[in-house]
Design a protein around this ligand. Structure first.
Ligand SMILES: O=C(O)CCC(=O)C(=O)O
Length: 294
């Protein structure tokens, strides 16, 4: 194992400052600004609010603000523009992902989270494990976060609880037993004060294990905090549920088109991993922002 693999295995995350160079980040931000400007021109707020479809790209708005179109997220940016697609296949990123999840890589999902400025409510993300949303036959899944702008403590950075990936899968269900996508940290005695704040300049990339507990607070600064998140899974990590992203039972050909490193196979690798099916849900195919709301 190399030093990255050792660090990741121990801590459940790996931080690479300035992995993506400034020139590329500037190009990406130009496209982000264009895409956002195009959307803002459409003056009518979409009725879909927090609902999301995964087969294509679209914006997710803050349902707390019924008048202004406050953009929380661009879903599946890799389907919106080639620049995001290329970033999701970036050689530097993929070579690290490959060694962290055992040698094969299948693209899973993409999102661009903006996090609203000025402490606005609606884009905080409660503590959760991605694994709770999409259990697989093994947990060789990693999420990659790429900051498109400098992110300090005041921007509401992503926070990760070190080493939590080796602990249990926490319940993400409410007292009424609905899947709500967040952990009751006090009930579970999780010391969130000791979490690591993932800060860094634009182009900084964080890799975290699908079972690492993470979340983020509000953004106290005047501008948004754009963070692209891409999910990857080992080719033989077979999804136990249809999470709305490319799924073998929906379209096997498309599922296999998402292989970046490795070969298609119908033989899942089964390991002893804790799993809880994320059902029932009060609302299906809604964003984490909607799901976590009281
Ligand atoms: O945007 C963030 O700070 C965290 C987002 C996150 O964890 C998620 O979308 O699952």
């Amino acid at each position: 194992m190399d030093t990255d693999q050792i660090f990741f295995k121990k801590n459940g995350y790996l931080l690479k400052k300035n992995l993506i160079d400034k020139k590329m980040i500037d190009k990406i931000n130009k496209v982000v600004n264009e895409v956002v400007a195009q959307d803002k021109q459409k003056n009518k707020k979409k009725v879909t609010n927090g609902t999301q479809t995964y087969d294509n790209y679209h914006f997710v708005y803050n349902s707390d603000s019924s008048k202004n179109k406050e953009i929380l997220r661009l879903n599946n940016p890799q389907n919106r523009h080639k620049i995001f697609y290329d970033l999701s296949r970036n050689k530097k990123i993929i070579s690290i992902v490959k060694k962290l999840i055992g040698g094969s890589v299948r693209f899973h999902l993409g999102k661009l989270n903006f996090k609203l400025p000025n402490k606005k409510k609606g884009s905080e993300v409660g503590w959760h494990q991605d694994w709770a949303f999409y259990p697989h036959t093994n947990d060789d899944l990693v999420t990659v976060g790429i900051y498109l702008d400098d992110c300090t403590e005041k921007n509401g950075p992503l926070k990760i609880i070190k080493n939590s990936h080796t602990k249990k899968l926490y319940s993400h269900h409410s007292n009424e037993n609905f899947f709500v996508g967040k952990i009751d940290t006090s009930k579970n005695k999780i010391g969130v004060d000791n979490s690591i704040s993932i800060t860094g300049t634009a182009g900084t990339v964080v890799f975290f294990h699908c079972r690492s507990v993470h979340g983020s607070g509000s953004n106290q600064m005047k501008s948004s905090r754009p963070l692209i998140l891409f999910g990857y899974r080992a080719c033989d990590a077979w999804p136990l549920i249809n999470d709305g992203n490319p799924h073998p039972e929906v379209n096997l050909e498309n599922y296999n088109k998402n292989i970046i490193v490795g070969k298609k196979s119908l033989k899942p690798r089964l390991t002893k991993v804790p799993t809880i099916i994320p059902l029932p849900k009060k609302k299906h195919y809604v964003s984490i922002y909607e799901l976590q709301k009281k």
